[in-house]
Design a protein around this ligand. Structure first.
Ligand code: DC
Length: 230
């Protein structure tokens, strides 16, 4: 069957990566979580003291970009590629609330975006890819055969993210998580370079009231339609 490119964009914590992983596993496609790449750059900035609650040395981060090497290495036990920053597995470190608090500021920088977008385009050269993020259908793969735009209410998303972080033993409050979700929504939709917008040809899915399975079935039938007619 002909391989296509699937772009999944949307607000944070809408379950983009869950859907993308399900699709990639089912179709035998590569899965790329572009948020992990932005998170790894934010983690690098934190590690090197370029960013903190009251300080951000953008210039030094931009000058350090040639020394940031990002790679996904497939972990067969997990069924997806884990994020490596300069040969170190940072999959756990990039998922903390601290990284979530800084990542939107890092993702606003055009130099960061162009470096990551170039790498993402290369990953999709041979199609057969499901990529999730904020600008995949608009900037990375404007010609993707299938573009999904996922939404859900901020409170639904905060509840999901809070449960996830709690399960991992992260010591956060629901209010903190909701504040982070709302702040990221604002920054993601208002930044100058590649703000989060729905591509004109994207299909919107509000999953506030859909189960994972229902959502998966909806998107899988869209994939079947496209691969049938292509
Ligand atoms: O999907 P996520 O929550 O892990 O993404 C982390 C942050 O990275 C998010 O706040 C916005 C940014 N991001 C982006 O600007 N462009 C992408 N393609 C993916 C993520």
């Amino acid at each position: 069957m002909k391989k296509i490119t699937i772009a999944i964009d949307g607000f944070s914590s809408t379950g983009k990566s869950t859907l993308a992983k399900q699709l990639a596993n089912h179709l035998g496609y590569i899965y790329v979580d572009t948020g992990a790449m932005y998170r790894a750059v934010a983690f690098f900035a934190m590690q090197n003291g370029y960013i903190s609650a009251s300080f951000f040395d953008k210039e030094t981060l931009i000058n350090s970009l040639p020394f940031i090497r990002l790679e996904f290495k497939f972990n067969p036990d997990l069924g997806f590629g884990e994020m490596y920053l300069n040969d170190t597995n940072v999959e756990t470190q990039i998922r903390t609330i601290e990284v979530s608090n800084f990542v939107s500021k890092v993702a606003e920088i055009s130099e960061v975006r162009s470096k990551l977008v170039e790498q993402q385009k290369q990953m999709g050269e041979n199609k057969g890819i499901v990529m999730d993020g904020r600008d995949i259908g608009t900037v990375v793969f404007p010609d993707a055969e299938l573009k999904i735009f996922m939404t859900a209410s901020a409170t639904t998303r905060a509840e999901r993210r809070f449960a996830e972080l709690k399960q991992k033993g992260d010591n956060v409050t629901y209010e903190e998580v909701l504040k982070n979700v709302e702040e990221r929504d604002y920054i993601d939709t208002h930044r100058e370079d590649s703000p989060l917008v729905m591509a004109e040809d994207a299909i919107e899915i509000d999953n506030s009231h859909l189960t994972r399975e229902e959502q998966f079935e909806v998107v899988l039938s869209l994939v079947s339609e496209i691969t049938k007619t292509n």
